[in-house]
Design a protein around this ligand. Structure first.
Ligand code: GLC
Length: 354
């Protein structure tokens, strides 16, 4: 009898333990408030429409250190942008200033955490976030040698953000220029894209052409034919003498351009629509959606001209299904006056007419 009881006890303990060990671990507390990324291909045209109207958070994370160019991103800015009806935020980031400058080019953990914070705050405000790789001088100076640096950065960035929702888009490189030829760029972008796709099979990837993302160079872009998760981008600052009058980085003549107006004459308008129509032709031919990643006129131009130009460029893009992000939120081109804590009404109205 005693033996029988012992046997029963052993059997019970065994059953209990073995059952317990096959039970799944308790569900981890889910602190992540966002949906996981898609496990099926997404429609790039539809995803491009989600960008619709947005801002570049310029002069912040693409400065050598955030704050050095005057602007530190406050959480409330993202709310302000969303509250005004905008739907996207392009976040220019100079990753090469925050990583080892030799292989394996490890990105600084604290910097990653700072970018995470801004990305998450923007997502919480239902903004689509376009995360890019901005001033990369070493790459523009020597794209063949330093191409691997860009690949290694994207290996880390794409691994880091692979579980983020579909509303986070990657932009491989801002304005390739310098020693970049179309051939070198096409080869490098294909390598980087392959790298990104290992961890982010369906994430939207934004790619623009050489010559500072000039729309004239869209036809030189060779995008992997079978990858349909791509949005093509271009930048627009024409007429440059108007948009960059007095800008210290725009060359020695920039001060001579001060006083240049944009009155919106037929000829001035046609100079803009001609470029956009050509871009749209390319978009139709290649079946790629178009996104105007940057456009803006510097604060040295007069307010009326800035209003007219900004309104005309934004509406011309919208008419052609080109989504856009204005350059930029709160610095020298800024639509928002950070000191006063209010919008510059004429620019807000140009971007988001009532
Ligand atoms: C480009 C540059 C940025 C500049 C802007 C307007 O995006 O990277 O630094 O402010 O164009 O010139």
């Amino acid at each position: 009898m005693k033996n029988l009881l012992q046997l029963l006890l052993i059997t019970l303990v065994f059953t209990f333990c073995s059952k317990k060990s096959t039970e799944p671990d308790p569900k981890p507390v889910n602190k992540w408030p966002f949906d996981p990324p898609s496990s099926v291909p997404l429609d790039a045209f539809e995803m491009n429409r989600k960008i619709w109207r947005g801002f570049n958070m310029g002069n912040a994370l693409e400065a050598p250190e955030e704050g050095e160019w005057g602007i530190v991103v406050e959480d409330e800015y993202l709310e302000t942008i969303a509250d005004a009806g905008f739907t996207s935020l392009r976040l220019p980031v100079t990753w090469p200033a925050h990583c080892e400058t030799e292989p394996p080019y490890t990105i600084d953990k604290e910097f990653f955490a700072r970018v995470d914070h801004i990305v998450q705050e923007a997502l919480k405000n239902n903004l689509v976030v376009l995360l890019n790789n901005h001033h990369f001088d070493q790459l523009n100076d020597d794209p063949v040698t330093n191409g691997i640096w860009l690949e290694k950065l994207w290996e880390q960035i794409s691994e880091h953000y692979k579980d983020y929702p579909d509303e986070l888009y990657f932009e491989i490189l801002n304005e390739p220029h310098g020693k970049f030829t179309a051939l070198i760029w096409n080869e490098l972008l294909a390598k980087v894209l392959t790298m990104i796709r290992k961890t982010n099979p369906y994430r939207m990837v934004v790619i623009g052409p050489v010559s500072w993302n000039s729309p004239d160079y869209l036809p030189t872009l060779e995008l992997p034919e079978n990858d349909r998760g791509i949005i093509a981008t271009f930048h627009f600052y024409n007429p440059f003498q108007f948009t960059h009058q007095g800008a210290s980085w725009a060359g020695d003549d920039a001060n001579d351009w001060l006083g240049t107006q944009w009155i919106g004459s037929i000829a001035e308008r046609e100079d803009i629509t001609r470029v956009m129509d050509k871009a749209v032709e390319w978009s139709k031919l290649t079946n790629r959606p178009l996104y105007l990643g940057e456009f803006g006129a510097y604060s040295t131009a007069d307010d009326n001209s800035r209003y007219r130009w900004t309104d005309f460029v934004a509406r011309s893009a919208e008419k052609r299904d080109i989504s856009w992000t204005y350059w930029e939120f709160g610095a020298g081109f800024g639509a928002y006056d950070r000191e006063k804590g209010e919008w510059r009404d004429y620019l807000l109205f140009a971007l988001m007419p009532k």
